[in-house]
Write a protein that binds this ligand. Sequence first.
Ligand SMILES: [Zn+2]
Length: 192
Amino acid sequence: MLARTHDLAAFTALGLVVVLQPERTVTLSTAIAALVGNLVGGITPDIDQPTAPLWRNLPVGGFIGRIIDRLLGGHRFLTHSLVGLVLFGFASHWLLLFLHPVLGAVNIGYVWWAYMIGMLSHLVMDTFTKEGVPWLLPIPVKFGIPPLKKLRITTGKTMETLLVFPGLVLLNLAVYIHNYQRILEILQRHVT
Ligand SMILES: [Zn+2]
């Protein structure tokens, strides 16, 4: 799927987790850091693609992207599996601990969860595409929903841009309208 669909899906998943959780108070800096972590998590698995936006935007990105692609076993391999999820979980945890001194009052636990939710949402979304996802690596089987490949989504094509993306936008609207009162209360508590 496209990077923007993945980011929207990551944001949607985070929103759903937040509204389903008992209410907590989060500082503005933690909320912003968690949102950034969530969006980065949403596109992390595609670092195995030399054409990923992250690599395209760097001067020698194409070159680095190709090396990373080889190291990770090619597209839809390690970063698109449960083993990859655990490895990146550890790596991001260490990175956040390392960055903690400069992050000040940011609650890095929340940022980590937001990142992992983003990454998991990526794998779930890719499961609906024609290529499928090798969830159980090293077992080299790619899983997809529905099992019939023909019915799955092709990245960047009509079904994704005209159905999945707008569908996610509507889902977000529904979630925030439904929880409007609660969100208002959280915001008011922070302002006063
Ligand atoms: Zn992917």
